[in-house]
Design a protein around this ligand. Structure first.
Ligand SMILES: [Ca+2]
Ligand SMILES: [Ca+2]
Ligand SMILES: [Ca+2]
Length: 505
């Protein structure tokens, strides 16, 4: 459940205590007010006056801010407090006449580095998000306040008309599973369907070294998306299982705040069931790790893996910043080593950026499908440019930038196959999709394979290998940081040099 601490029957002090005792994953080292109730009342009165004055003084600024915020949940803000705060988060909310909807849970090591709390706040009736943000910019106890931004899944680009029918691929070099469907040109391109031989990620060669580690033994790969059909026959054996959770007993056995989260987390609706009713997330999961050599369907970049489904989008394809932060935090807390983020668009949000940045996972992010230059028109989250993030463009079966793909010499790292990608869909089926959403899981899968080969690899080395191990493509030189398309075999076997310029750009 969400740590809802805005209930009016519970005093701020008791609610804080309840939160810290209920949370098994975060040390609540933030100072909590222990002032007696009457003293708190007087603080509230004087601070209310101050807040009224502040709102009046910042009214002009708020009016200007209003038009810049983009789509957001009205009357809500996400607030990062300053570490030196000597009162509880409820006192901050009260100061503005609002309520704390939830205090985001970060795992202990992340929380230590944050130097403050992150809270999701409901503002009082009549106070807009812009008004609160303008006032909070002047508040010494607040580091930043941002809207609870609403995000939508990007629409998929349309299919190219007149595409040729599938033909049999020739026998590739390397190790070949019995389910290497010829439609999987991104893994194995022999020139089928008017493609160009070799315009693929070199999967069959990499598989000579490793095909991934059995479920539970390798890196946990979180798919932050619309959920995953964890019962799909080609995925079921590669889905993460929460070792501390007993299924179906209505109890949060491992104390992580979510009841019966056996195969991941539904951050949008805050429950333990990340089932995909959309299809986007299931398709991405199949590219990362549809079970290989099992005589059915397709093979992913990893034949075997541990996929953690994180559902941040509702079944209508939309979400908000609070759901995204909950999803990232769950992945971080439950040990994800890599996250796959085939989503984006909409305004930047400082709180989402911080959740990614403070996580110790490597985050692979789609560059976007609006065919924009992200150097000029940033696309979030891929344009946050974090040391632990990678932005991915999409190429077609001839190593051309896909017509829809965003790019950026300074903002998009590499490309991967993302046009006419065949993978798993809910209900046990298979289908084609196109988008940087489909390119991203190729890179995520490659990260998983590299970590299966060497589990001790640092984020820096992992990122350097994925970027520097690319095949350089003439047409991509001016469009990408690396000018290259993913090659997982090269990434795995190249010589690694620390302090890589691409990683530290
Ligand atoms: Ca649980
Ligand atoms: Ca349970
Ligand atoms: Ca299969």
């Amino acid at each position: 459940m969400i740590n809802s601490i805005g209930s009016p029957q519970i005093s701020g002090i008791n609610a804080e205590n309840r939160l810290s005792s209920a949370s098994g994953v975060q040390a609540q080292s933030a100072p909590v007010s222990d002032a007696p109730a009457h003293a708190e009342d007087s603080v509230e009165l004087s601070s209310q006056n101050r807040t009224d004055k502040l709102l009046a003084a910042t009214a002009d600024k708020a009016a200007k801010l209003e038009s810049t915020l983009g789509e957001h949940v009205p009357g809500q803000v996400i607030v990062k407090t300053k570490g030196s705060l000597m009162c509880g988060v409820n006192d901050i909310a009260k100061k503005y006449g609002g309520e704390v909807i939830e205090k985001f849970k970060f795992n202990q090591s992340v929380f230590k580095g944050m130097q403050g709390d992150m809270i999701h706040m409901q503002l009082p009736e009549g106070m807009s998000t812009a008004q609160a943000m303008a006032a909070m910019q002047k508040d010494p106890s607040i580091e930043y306040a941002v809207p609870n931004t609403i995000y939508h899944l990007e629409p998929e680009p349309g299919a190219e008309p007149g595409a040729a029918a599938a033909q049999d691929a020739k026998t590739p070099e390397g190790k070949v599973p019995n389910d290497l469907d010829p439609k999987l040109w991104g893994l194995n391109n022999q020139g089928q369907d008017n493609g160009t031989a070799g315009c693929d990620i070199g999967a069959t060669k990499a598989w000579q070294t490793t095909t991934g580690l059995p479920n539970g033994q390798g890196p946990v790969i979180a798919v932050i998306d619309t959920g995953v059909d964890y019962n799909h026959p080609d995925l079921v054996n590669n889905i993460w299982t929460n070792p501390g959770e007993i299924p179906g007993n209505g109890i949060d056995d491992d104390g992580n705040g979510v009841i019966d989260d056996v195969h991941g987390y539904n951050a949008r609706y805050d429950n333990g069931d990340p089932m995909d009713k959309h299809s986007h997330g299931t398709h991405c999961a199949g590219t990362i790790a549809a079970e290989g050599n099992n005589g059915q369907g397709v093979v992913g970049v990893n034949w075997n893996a541990t996929i953690m489904p994180i559902k941040i989008f509702g079944d209508d394809g939309s979400t908000d910043a609070a759901s995204i932060i909950r999803g990232i935090n769950y992945a971080t807390t439950m040990g994800a080593r890599v996250t796959s983020n085939s989503w984006g668009g909409g305004p930047a949000n400082e709180a989402i950026k911080e959740a990614f940045n403070k996580s110790n996972a490597l985050h692979i992010m789609a560059a976007g499908n609006s065919s924009d230059n992200n150097d000029v028109t940033p696309h979030f989250p891929s344009s946050y440019r974090l040391p632990n993030s990678i932005a991915v463009a999409a190429t077609d079966r001839n190593d051309q930038m896909a017509w829809f793909s965003c790019y950026g010499k300074n903002s998009v790292d590499l490309a991967a196959p993302g046009k006419d990608i065949y993978s798993t869909v809910p209900g046990g089926g298979y289908g084609n999709k196109s988008g940087t959403s489909m390119a991203t899981p190729h890179v995520t899968g490659a990260a998983g394979l590299l970590l299966a080969h060497d589990p001790t690899m640092s984020n820096e080395e992992l990122k350097a290998r994925l970027l520097d191990g690319t095949d350089k493509i003439d047409g991509l030189q001016d469009k990408l940081v690396t000018g290259g398309r993913l090659n997982v075999d090269k990434a795995m076997h190249m010589e690694y040099t620390p302090n890589d310029k691409n990683v530290n750009n």
